[in-house]
Ligand binder design. Structure first.
Ligand code: TYD
Length: 149
């Protein structure tokens, strides 16, 4: 879907000691593993069952969502398309670019959703009203299409 994609990170399983597994290591570097300079990280933990979070879009912010433990479902949409993604692998990230409406739900007990962001927190970059979002997103994607043509 436009402005969204799955990023596969390195999953380093150090097999120095076959008798004693040493687990997985995933490095994430700005401009290498994610397509922006990392300015902020936050994470969602202890989200109660049946909670839906998100319900907003960002005008410019780019984010990568990584589920470090458990699983969580994400819906991403524009006025034109919608996709549902399950995140349950710490070595995979969901990139979400500008002007994508997102909702996060079905957080499994003990799940940890980490978000890597391209900018510092700025409430002014949020669009929290769905109707306003649809209007602004239509303009945004129409302009993007015209520029491509
Ligand atoms: P919000 O982005 O609406 O959370 P979600 O999309 O997961 O439902 O943020 C929830 C609250 O936390 C809101 O009052 C703003 C605050 N907040 C910060 O202060 N800094 C941050 O980096 C983020 C992401 C949120």
């Amino acid at each position: 879907m436009i402005n969204t994609r799955i990023i596969e990170f390195s999953d380093i399983v150090d097999a120095k000691n076959v008798e004693r597994p040493m687990g997985h290591l995933t490095p994430i570097e700005g401009f290498k593993d994610v397509p922006f300079d990392i300015k902020r990280i936050y994470y969602l933990t202890r989200v109660p069952e049946n909670t839906i979070r998100g319900f907003h879009s960002h005008k410019e912010l780019q984010q990568v969502l990584v589920c470090l433990n458990g699983s969580v479902q994400i819906s991403v949409s524009t006025p034109y398309e919608k996709e549902f993604i399950t995140l349950d692998d710490p070595a995979k990230g969901l990139y979400i670019g500008p002007m994508i409406w997102r909702e996060m739900y079905n957080f499994s007990p003990g799940s940890v959703l980490m978000v890597i962001a391209s900018e510092y927190y700025d409430e002014g970059d949020y669009i929290r009203d769905y109707r306003t979002y649809c209007e602004e997103a239509q303009d945004f994607f129409n302009k993007q299409k015209q520029e491509e043509e």
